[in-house]
Design a protein around this ligand. Structure first.
Ligand code: IPD
Ligand code: CA
Ligand code: CA
Length: 269
């Protein structure tokens, strides 16, 4: 019970931080930015770094003893059972190009299990959140996955990792196999929002290869609480430390596993 009370406080901190940092990102959107290259196509902006700094400052103030895993590297391991998993700006390439599809993503893991998540889309002022066992919400409205029954009527989202050029054939094989079965496939550029859009029924499913825990931690608890099914491509159990994720409205899950499995049989790496 004490843990639950405590984690509720953490949740409130996560919600207010996500909103505060989202407001900062909105204020910087469309401005000229300092950009650094982490790889050929993988960039980081000054806003990613400042956003992480702001989130870390709040967590350190309230919970200096907690572990933090954050994309831009300012997290620390303290061997606590509490771990914050943070993507300060998910959708950096969109942000840098002035395309309004990005989010702040904050997940909380306790004893190895994700128990709460917040994903805030500052441009739409949409806050997705969930606490284990209590349902998922978009702002103050409860959300559920779609009822779409067949893959041929489904709109599916995906994304491409920064190392896509290295594994292009495998990525394109999955893409081709799904596009030949689904009604439509979309690639919007923010994994955390893709997942929340499955949770809210806007997409019927999502798959991606080579994501990191900060891309998925908050989203997966939100999607689970909204009734989504989450596995690896072959239907095996998923944790945020796996590299392949498949999320659906549960109804079309079997069809998606069957479709992705065709490509898995021919894995190149
Ligand atoms: C990326 C986005 C994108 C996904 C990439 C991620 P970032 O995160 O979520 O949609 O396809 O795999 O790395 O770099 O913008 O935080
Ligand atoms: Ca990300
Ligand atoms: Ca990021």
């Amino acid at each position: 019970m004490a843990v639950k009370m405590e984690s509720r406080e953490f949740f409130a901190v996560a919600v207010s931080t996500a909103k505060e940092v989202g407001a900062y990102q909105r204020s910087q959107f469309g401005h000229d930015l300092k950009i650094e290259f982490k790889g050929t196509i993988d960039i980081v902006t000054e806003v990613d770094k400042k956003s992480e700094e702001l989130i870390l400052k709040t967590i350190r103030q309230h919970y200096p003893e907690h572990d933090v895993l954050a994309e831009e590297g300012s997290g620390e391991r303290k061997d606590s059972e509490y771990k914050w998993i943070i993507d300060p700006l998910d959708g950096t390439t969109n942000f840098a190009h002035g395309y309004p599809q990005f989010a702040v993503s904050i997940g909380l893991e306790i004893g190895g299990e994700i128990i709460a998540g917040v994903v805030y889309d500052p441009m739409r002022d949409e806050l997705f959140r969930a606490f284990k066992g209590e349902g998922a919400y978009l702002n103050d409205r409860p959300i559920r996955v779609s009822h779409t029954e067949k893959l041929e009527h489904a709109m599916i989202a995906t994304g491409f990792a920064y190392n896509i050029r290295k594994h292009i054939d495998e990525h394109l094989r999955y893409f081709k196999d799904v596009i030949m079965k689904a009604q439509a496939v979309r690639r919007a550029g923010s994994a955390s929002l893709d997942i929340c859009h499955v949770a809210s029924g806007r997409f019927d499913g999502f798959w991606e290869l080579n994501l990191f825990p900060w891309d998925t931690a908050a989203g997966v608890i939100i999607a689970k609480e909204a009734g989504a099914k989450i596995t690896r491509f072959d239907g095996a159990p998923y944790t945020v430390y796996e590299k392949d994720i498949l999320i659906t409205n549960a109804v079309i899950h079997g069809e998606m596993v069957k479709t992705l499995k065709k490509g898995l049989g021919k894995r190149l790496f």
